[in-house]
Design a binder for this molecule. Structure first.
Ligand SMILES: [Mg+2]
Length: 162
């Protein structure tokens, strides 16, 4: 997912991607560091803000309709739920390791994995909602964190605050 930014120009809200800005303000002779600086300088010059795609937020809102758990136990319920669904992903993987395509086709297995990943996503969305967080912002910040680690060459290490 590419970072997007919004700014106002002649009263209109304009949404641009990071690569569009890079195309505009960088040259191929620049180092990655110089490119980053040029992009950040430009973003500040046009008073741009991070733009959050609403897809995740719309999904987050929609999960409310299927949220059924005791309100006073919401965080406990959802934390157990997301771990349980992640376990189901692991279970499907385990069965594939054990059985290969002797019990189901790869296509069926991928479909089953897809369904469990969806269950994990539902719990992630509900957790975000109960904590008054935005799933779109979580996705965006996660991407920024990982891209930053990649840029600093520490993506393969361990520890939450690398
Ligand atoms: Mg499941």
């Amino acid at each position: 997912m590419e970072s997007k930014y919004k700014f106002i120009e002649n009263g209109d809200e304009i949404i641009v991607t990071r690569s569009e800005i890079e195309y505009l303000v960088t040259t191929s002779e620049m180092s990655e560091e110089e490119k980053d600086k040029a992009v950040l300088d430009y973003l500040s010059e046009i008073n741009a803000q991070v733009y959050y795609d609403e897809t995740f937020n719309n999904y987050q809102r929609a999960t409310k309709a299927t949220a059924k758990y005791p309100e006073n136990m919401a965080l406990l319920y959802l934390s157990l739920g997301i771990a349980s669904e992640a376990g189901e992903v692991a279970g499907k993987m385990k069965k594939w390791v054990r059985d290969g395509d002797s019990k189901m086709t790869r296509e069926e297995w991928v479909k089953a994995m897809s369904s469990e990943i969806g269950d994990v996503l539902w719990y992630a969305a509900r957790l975000a909602d109960e904590l008054d967080l935005s799933l779109a912002e979580i996705a965006e910040e996660n991407m920024i964190k990982l891209l930053d680690r990649k840029a600093r060459g520490v993506i393969g290490g361990s520890g939450d605050n690398r």
